[in-house]
Design a protein around this ligand. Structure first.
Ligand code: FPP
Length: 265
């Protein structure tokens, strides 16, 4: 039996260990509609399978040791979809909270919401707040659910609050903005994954994603499984993050920290 075919405790195939696991992974779960169309199914079935897949990927994130995951579930632009689909996506969030909250809690998942609750129907908004409250002490995985979220909208809100707090212009710098966005207490995403062969950020984490590595795949979200997620994390492990510096600087910094290995990550 090869390493790849051994089963772990959950009956899943063992995958090779990851050399470097990103702390924060953000995902644009795209392609539910096309996945359904390809199979002659209604878009709603694509969203249903996408939701099932989300559950698998959350579990895999815990398994692989990811600490923070941010998922793009409903953007400020998604309001312009047909009303029926908007209502469906709202209903899916409500259903996920109703049916999955206890299991997520048991798995040690801390649910957070990023985006605007204003504009969301009050019963759903209340459930979101309750789910966040209920899981607030969990530490295994922080799951940011971006719902009614837009990156530009987030920055506008941050600026409004900075002005409201009376911070003088000369005291405002990048850290100030970072302190006022939804993810102020979290590190920026190391890796942003987008499924379905698109190469855009689509207003997702545009401030936080300035230096994120981006991984795209042709696979539609409902089919993006644990093995492909592992592949994305492994690809991240092979990237060199230079943060605007040269290779030589990074190598010098690395060898100062670890003169024996002297190999940049
Ligand atoms: C993009 O596929 C997907 C969305 C707009 C919604 C993502 C939602 C889920 C995966 C379900 C989980 C949801 C919640 C609320 C937890 P698309 O419809 O744009 O696909 P297409 O580009 O192929 O049409």
């Amino acid at each position: 039996m090869t390493l790849m075919t051994k089963k772990n405790g959950r009956g899943q195939n063992h995958l090779p260990p990851l050399e470097k696991v990103p702390t924060h992974v953000a995902i644009i779960m795209d392609g539910n509609g096309r996945w359904a169309r390809q199979r002659g199914l209604p878009r709603s079935e694509g969203h249903r399978q996408g939701t099932e897949n989300l559950r698998r990927i959350i579990r895999a994130a815990v398994e692989f040791g990811v600490s923070i995951m941010t998922i793009y579930a409903f953007s400020t632009e998604n309001w312009s979809r047909p009303r029926r689909e908007v209502l469906l996506l709202m209903r899916i969030l409500e259903m996920v909270i109703d049916r999955e909250l206890l299991e997520l809690h048991r798995e040690g998942v801390q649910i957070r919401h990023i985006g605007e609750l204003n504009g969301i129907e009050s019963r759903l908004a209340r459930k979101v707040v309750e789910a966040c409250d209920y899981t607030r002490d969990n530490q295994r995985l922080i799951l940011n659910v971006a719902f009614n979220y837009g990156g530009r909208d987030e920055i506008v809100h941050a600026v409004q609050n900075i002005v409201r707090d009376g911070i003088p212009p000369e005291a405002i710098n990048e850290d100030t903005i970072s302190d006022y966005i939804y993810t102020s207490d979290l590190p920026d995403p190391d890796l942003i994954i987008r499924t379905s062969g698109e190469f855009r950020l689509s207003n997702f984490l545009i401030w936080q994603g300035a230096y994120s590595e981006i991984y795209t795949t042709e696979t539609y979200w409902p089919a993006f499984d644990r093995v492909e997620f592992h592949r994305a994390l492994a690809a991240y492990g092979r990237r060199r993050r230079r943060f605007g510096k040269t290779d030589e600087q990074i190598e010098a910094e690395f060898s100062r920290h670890d003169p024996v290995k002297a190999k940049p990550y």
